[in-house]
Design a protein around this ligand. Structure first.
Ligand SMILES: [Zn+2]
Length: 163
């Protein structure tokens, strides 16, 4: 696990790059939210933004199984998440960067010399999950609908009764 702890400021300054795959065993908070998951692929790229602040570009992709809130059967959800994070040295700098950057696409977080990439990746995956996971059309509901419409009287029978 120690390979995931980086000096985030140096990582950005040197424009370093890391990538890998994580399973639910490595991501206990995500494991609570999803039924199962294929290994999540992640990429972290360090750099310096236009204002000279350290920035991390993070992408997390993969497929997880969620439980549908309507019919309680599993359905698969594709995580494809990308974020740009600006690193602040301390709380004070965090507030001042937040004020300068009016871009909602960017998040300002506290950087650290012992920065845990796994936590960052797990946060990103958690934020990508839908708040209320549901099938667009639940398989069970679809079956029910089919049965209901089959039980309806045919339009011809209705017409016949009107006459
Ligand atoms: Zn469903």
């Amino acid at each position: 696990m120690n390979g995931f702890v980086i000096n985030s400021f140096e990582f950005c300054r040197l424009g370093e790059h890391r990538e890998g795959a994580l399973t639910l065993t490595d991501l206990p908070r995500l494991a609570k939210e999803v039924a199962s998951a294929a290994p999540l692929h992640w990429v972290v790229q360090g750099g310096i933004d236009q204002f000279g602040y350290p920035r991390l570009d993070l992408t997390v992709t993969g497929s997880v199984e969620l439980s549908c809130q309507r019919c309680l059967t599993p359905f698969s959800f594709a995580i494809a998440s990308a974020s740009t994070l600006i690193l602040a040295k301390d709380e004070q700098e965090l507030d001042s960067i937040d004020a300068v950057l009016e871009d909602d696409e960017l998040d300002v977080i506290l950087g650290s010399k012992e920065f845990n990439l796994i936590e960052l990746i797990e946060d990103e995956a958690l934020l990508a999950l839908p708040l209320a996971p549901k099938h667009a059309t639940c398989p069970d509901a679809a079956t029910l609908e089919a049965l209901k419409s089959a039980a309806k009287p045919s339009p011809f029978a209705v017409l016949k009764n009107l006459k």
